[in-house]
Design a binder for this molecule. Sequence first.
Ligand SMILES: [Zn+2]
Length: 482
Amino acid sequence: MDLLHTQLSNVQRQLAFVSTDPIDWKLYVQAFSWSVTLFESYLLLRQFPLYSKTEPPPALAGHFSPEVFQKSQNYGRDKAKFALVSGLLKQSLDSSMLHFGFYAWSWGASGRLLSVFGYGAEYEILQSIGFVFILFFLSSIPTLPLQVYGTFVLEEKHGFNKTTASLFVTDMLKGWGLAFVLGAPFLAVFLYIFKWAGDRFVPWLMAFMITFQLIMVVVYPTVIQPLFNKLSPLAPGDLRSRIEGLATKLKFPLKHLYEIDGSKRSSHSNAYFFGLPWVCSIPILRCAEVLIEIDKLQSKHIVIFDTLIQQSKPEEVEAVLAHELGHWHYMHPMKMMAVSQLHIFTILALFPAFLHAPPLLLSFDFPKAVSTQPPTIVAFLLFQMILTPLEAVVSIGMNAVSRHFEYEADRFACELQTRLNADEMKDMGDRLGRALVTLHVKNLSTVWVDWLYSAYHHSHPTLTERLRGLDAFKAQAEKKKL
Ligand SMILES: [Zn+2]
């Protein structure tokens, strides 16, 4: 532990200038965040000409009828336009919030609100919670019209939307309620650890974050998900016996097998509900296109989306499941969690330099009185903004790792026949390929993808890449058998 703290203090010494030098951090953040947004816009512009292609890639030619291909091109183009406009709008909004000192104003507003109830500036944790919620509400309201447009205009136009206005509103209110119920205590403990552990907060905070994630793994499928969706046991029949059979052969400790009503909101088979921002870091596997969930740590639940069941044949769903169980077999969720812990550790290790840095707050328009004793939450938030370019690079790295895992899981499905000595699984690779094609067709997913766009945005290989991969894995598996 002491070695850790010595190393961490070395890092701090390197970064000591942050607490003294009057750097114009605001200008840096503006420049960084605009660069990221403009780069993302450039990627979308690279993607545009591909929507004018009149034929699918040769490998997919047999699977897309001309009309369906045209529909998917139109849908892709509309989505890309929407992404371009909403990306630029959101960035303009964030940028003006920065420019006009919105963060400093929100901190003050939270303080004034608390003083109405008789709490002074000494209640930093309370003021911090107020601050985060003011930021959260005021910054989410202007993006509401974008969400409404995305759901009720864009998705509606292409025939996917099933969300009603009342469902949209209740989802939003539940989401906000949940953000408060989970977020407020989380934030309180998070900030308390800083106060309590002082400069030695890193290991304690790491321990707390891991515990929180583990609790969420249990709470998410049992408490949170049922708030938004109905889970019902998968009806007995061909599909159920196939899945149970596969689980038994692979020694997967299956306790609950559910069907979830994803079709309530959208006819996309990859539709997922309104999530919590930090839920993405929980090691629940939400893969192949978010159709099946397997809870890795408990290893007991499998949840299948009704949309997948409606769109595919039982033997194809079984193949998708074989892929998912490949993730389980190779412990991909645990590996991803380990990578994300490393990521969190790096962030926390760099943070102390920014924790007691009056110039940082001054550059974001905080008054002198607040800047001399920076509140932890404010420093942490500003620090996060400074990390924007680093986060963009990290996400490219994470995508690369995730794509590698996808191939590994696809190969696992292709090898099942030899692994399990089960002849009925000899066409698992073909079935998986058919399932992926069907999903792409039903969802009108884009088939022509620019390589740079894909490298930056996609956690999964494109359909053509995956089909090519499946062919190679099938050939390898054949060879092994001989
Ligand atoms: Zn996968």
